[in-house]
Design a protein around this ligand. Structure first.
Ligand code: DAH
Length: 348
């Protein structure tokens, strides 16, 4: 009887110790050790069962039954703990390999319109309002259209006004100005009247400086109809200058020379910065040169298909970078195409 009670107490002790130990088990290895300690062949429970033989036969079933219960309880606890540990391991693994959706995204820099494009659009808008259509024209020209049709035969000294990139294909070149577009536009529209602007890139084989680029834009203007006079030219250009630079602006026309216009002029605008008093920007003169212009030469009209006895026209050519420089106080044309974001972002 004494033995039986002692053995039952021993089983209780083993059970309590095992359950408490199981709570401390933190991984699979510790669990295997725990299993050996309490359920293994050399474990505590097996040892207790071995001493069953010392009990009288009638007491054995009670203790044996209790021992079997305990084994089942411990095995169930083991299984539950095992499941718990598996779940913990899975959770940890998922957490370690998870994509952290809270990470900030890679910043996508926003594009913006280039200052030249902005200026061109404003120019289109103003001339659109004056009835001028945009007429696109090619950048690779032939010598005939770029020069000869504009009264610049080979070896004409005025060709020195345009340092030229000639292509290896004989007779082809990168247009030095948008003026050859006049020929294309006239041949497209004749014998109807026309009012067009011809925007695009031009190329010059020149030393690049703060005032000269080897590639730049021009916007050419051309109007042809009956009875067009220089007053029309002046009116259109004054309207442009005032819409672009402010309603106070004044223009003056200085005689000049271009082989494709007669008479030819250079248009100056009064300096908006100093109001004409003279400053650093206008170099003390109070005036800023903004474009070349004139009345279309009779031979150029003929080359475009128009009869100069019936039709007359005016033409002009301006540099939109120069317009942008005057408008925004930019002092170096090289900034436009040097792809320097510090410059470009100021106009974004
Ligand atoms: N093509 C000239 C140049 O590049 C600019 C020019 C002057 C255009 C007078 C014209 C004009 O249409 O009439 O220097």
């Amino acid at each position: 009887m004494q033995e039986e009670i002692g053995l039952l107490q021993e089983l209780e002790r083993i059970g309590a110790e095992a359950q408490a130990g199981l709570d401390q088990v933190a991984d699979a290895e510790a669990l295997a050790t725990w299993r050996q300690t309490y359920l293994g062949k050399k474990g505590a429970l097996t040892a207790a069962l071995r001493s069953l033989g010392r009990l009288p036969a009638e007491e054995r079933p009670i203790v044996g039954q209790r021992a079997n219960q305990l084994r089942e309880t411990l095995e169930a606890s083991l299984e539950a703990r095992q499941a718990q540990l598996d779940q913990q391991a899975l959770t940890a693994q998922l957490a370690a390999s998870a994509i952290d959706v809270r990470l900030p995204g890679r910043p996508q820099s926003l594009g913006a319109m280039h200052i030249t494009s902005q200026t061109l659009r404003r120019i289109y808008e103003i001339f659109g309002g004056l009835g001028f259509q945009v007429f696109p024209s090619r950048e690779v020209e032939d010598d005939v259209t770029n020069f000869q049709m504009l009264n610049l035969p080979p070896d004409h000294p005025a060709r020195d006004m345009w340092s030229t990139f000639y292509l290896t294909d004989p007779g082809l070149l990168l247009r030095t100005h948008t003026s050859p577009g006049q020929i294309h536009a006239m041949r497209h529209y004749h014998p109807e009247p026309l009012r067009v602007i011809l925007p695009g890139k031009c190329y010059r084989f020149e030393q690049v400086t703060s005032r000269h680029e080897f590639m730049f834009y021009q916007v050419e203007g051309l109007a042809i109809a009956r009875n067009i006079t220089m007053a029309d030219l002046k009116g259109v250009l004054l309207s442009f200058a005032r819409q672009m630079f402010g309603p106070e602006r004044r223009l003056r026309f200085r005689p000049s020379y271009f082989p494709f216009t007669e008479p030819s002029a250079e248009a100056d605008m009064d300096c908006a910065l100093c109001g004409g008093k003279g400053c650093r920007v206008c170099k003390g003169t109070g005036w800023l040169e903004i474009l070349g212009c004139g009345m279309v030469h009779p031979q150029v009209l003929r080359n475009g298909g128009y009869d100069p006895e019936i039709y007359s026209g005016f033409a002009f050519g301006m540099g939109p970078e120069r317009i942008a420089m005057l408008k925004h106080g930019i002092d170096d044309i090289r900034l436009f195409y040097s792809a320097d974001l510090r410059f470009l972002q100021q106009f974004a």
